[in-house]
Design a protein around this ligand. Sequence first.
Ligand code: LMR
Length: 338
Amino acid sequence: MQLRTTLAALVLGIAAFTVQAADPIIIKFSHVVAPNTPKGKAAEYFKQLAEERTKGAVKVEVYPNSQLYKDREEVEALQLGAVQMLAPSLSKFGPLGVRAFELFDLPYIFPNKETLYRVMDGDIGKSLFKMLEDKGIIGLAYWDNGFKQMSANRPVRKVEDFKGLKMRIQSSKVLEAQMRALGANPQVMAFSEVYSALQQGVVDGTENPMSNLYTKKMHEVQKHLTISDHGYLGYAVIVNKNFWDGLPANIRAILEQAMQEATEYERGISQQDNDDALAKVKAAGTTDVYVLPLQDRLAWHKAMLPVHKEFEDKIGRDLIQATYRAAQQVQKARGSGR
Ligand code: LMR
C-alpha cells in the first residue's frame, strides 16, 4: 500500500515537473514606437532569435505603439515586474533619477555615429548602465535611431524662427534647455500623444528622427521640416533585474547572445530606415523639406552650445569631457586614414 502511494506520488511529481518545464518563460517587451521602425524591427528580431534558440523555453511578447504603457508608465511597469523588457529612449531616464543619461541629449555633442558608438560601447556606456542597478534595472544594450530633425507648422530655418513656438519634447531637462536656448517654449508630452497634439495645434512642432516622424504620420500635420541633425536619439534596452538574475544561467546566456545579434541588426538598419522615411516624406508632398545650410547650422550650434556648460553638474563634467575627447580621437583617426 505504502509502495503504491509512493509510486503514485512519484508519478504525480514527474507529471507536475513536466508541466512546469513546458511552461515557457514569458518576456513582455513593451515599446512606444511603430513596429516598422529600427526599434520595432529589432524587438521582433530578438523575439525570433530568443524563441528559436531556447526551443520555445522563452516566449517574447512584443507590444508596440504604447499598446500597454506610455513613456513614463512603462518604466514604472518594468520596475514593478509587470513587463520584463523595454527600450526607452535615452532621453527618458531623467525622471528615474539618473540624469547622466541626458549626456546623449546635448545638442551637437556627437559629430558622427562613430563617436556615439565609442561612447555607448565604452566606459561611459558601461558606467551609465551601472547607475541603473540600484533602481532594479539592468541595461543590456544600446540601440540606435539617429539624428533628430526639427519640424513645425511654420518654417524653422533661422534661430529667430523658433521664438515663441510650442515644441513637444521628451522628458529631458537638457531638451527643455535646448528649446529654450532657441527661444521656443518646450512642452513635455508622451510620444503616443504627439500626433494629435500637432493636429490640434496644442503644440506647433517637434523633433525626432525621420523614422519616428514618418511612421507616426507626423508629416501629415507638419508643414515644415528642417534637416538639422542637431541632436541624437538612441535607446537603452533594459530588463527587470530580479527577473533577469532569476533566469537559469543557460537561458540567460542564450538571451544575451540573441540581444547582441539583435543589436548588430538594429544598428545596421537604422540609417537606411531613416533615409527611406525621409524619401517617403518628400514623396508624400505634405511637408516642405529644407536642408539647413552650414552657415545656419553654425548659428544653431552657437545658440545651443551653452546648454553643455549649464548641465555639467547634472550630467557630470567628466562624462562630457570624455565625449569631447572621443570625438577628437575619431577625428584624428580619420585624419590619419585609420
Ligand atoms: C519620443 O518620445 O519622441 C521617442 O523617444 C520615441 C521613441 O521611443 O523613439
